[in-house]
Design a protein around this ligand. Structure first.
Ligand SMILES: C[S@@+](CC[C@H](N)C(=O)[O-])C[C@H]1O[C@@H](n2cnc3c(N)ncnc32)[C@H](O)[C@@H]1O
Length: 283
């Protein structure tokens, strides 16, 4: 169906566009999702004063502004749904089981590295920062904690860096935590600067394994609710990347509707209900 502006994405244009998106980012748009690309990019075509998607495809693939336009496109076509303390039972496993073990194991170096891959507007890595902050208390000063949030969309990472959130983002945060780590101002929630300073953000496309490798090895990787947009080949590539970048005694957390089963990667699931977590398999 044409958009309000009368822009129509034909089947041929859809096939071309979704191949470009897949090749670049591994995001697989199913046949039924043509309207998503059509409606989300229509405004962009209007801004560029293009009459049809052929012009846009040409601009995207042959023009001098390809790199910038890919970023612009991913800002618009990605689904960025997230919230603070999303899937709390899983986060309880992190805080009460995995984190204390890790703090014990790293007590000599006092160094902990956590990667939130595909973090959207930052709610996930900031949640982890709050959990670490309250777990360590005054001991935090003795530790070097690195938390990195990455995403393909620059737009959501700018929101993350601002640290200002609408009520919707904090809907699952209990009143005590809300009071401790946020300041309400005109219906917006401003994150505590100390928690903000614990997290660093970078644009990173999970398809680009070499870019991911430059960040080194992680004790914990959270990669939740992004593999649902990938096909098996891209899921496998991601799982291999996490395997390479995870410490031998590290933990990988994935989304509750995701699985690594049937993928050819040496991970074994941790046997804790609600954890949706994996460790490297020991041969
Ligand atoms: C639904 S959000 C998940 C946010 C958070 N992890 C959570 O579970 O609440 C999915 C995020 O994945 C990002 N994404 C999609 N494809 C990506 C890719 N190839 N590389 C990096 N991030 C990607 C999107 O921009 C989006 O912000």
């Amino acid at each position: 169906m044409p958009t309000a502006a009368g822009l129509h994405l034909s089947e041929k244009q859809f096939a071309e566009l979704r191949k470009i998106v897949y090749d670049r980012a591994g995001i697989h748009f199913q046949d039924t999702k043509k309207y998503v690309l059509e409606s989300r990019l229509a405004r962009r075509l209007e801004e560029l004063e293009f009459d049809d998607f052929d012009q846009y495809l040409m601009f995207l693939t042959a023009g001098p502004y390809q790199t910038e336009e890919f970023q612009e496109m991913f800002n618009r076509i990605t689904i960025n749904e997230t919230s603070f303390f999303r899937n709390e039972p899983q986060l309880d496993v992190f805080e009460q089981r995995i984190l204390p073990e890790l703090l014990e194991k790293r007590s000599a170096t006092k160094r902990l590295r956590i990667w939130s891959a595909a973090c959207s507007s930052g709610e996930e890595p900031y949640t982890l920062a709050m959990q670490i902050h309250r777990s360590l208390g005054v001991r935090l000063a003795d530790w070097k904690i690195e938390i990195l949030g990455t995403d393909i969309s620059e737009k959501v990472l700018n929101q993350a860096t601002n640290g200002v959130y609408p009520r919707y983002a904090v809907r699952s945060v209990c009143p005590m935590v809300l009071k401790q780590y946020f300041k309400e101002e005109n219906g917006q929630y401003l994150l505590d600067p100390e928690i903000q300073s614990m997290v660093h953000f970078e644009v990173l496309n999970l398809k680009d394994r070499f870019a991911a490798k430059r960040f080194g090895t992680w004790d914990v990787i959270f990669c939740r609710n992004v593999m649902i947009y990938f096909d098996d080949a891209m899921k496998t590539a991601c799982a291999k990347l996490y395997h390479d970048q995870l410490a031998d005694d590290g933990t990988l957390f994935i989304g509750h509707s995701e699985t690594l089963r049937n993928l050819d990667v040496a991970f074994e699931q941790i046997d804790i209900p609600q954890a949706f977590a994996y460790r490297k398999a020991i041969n």
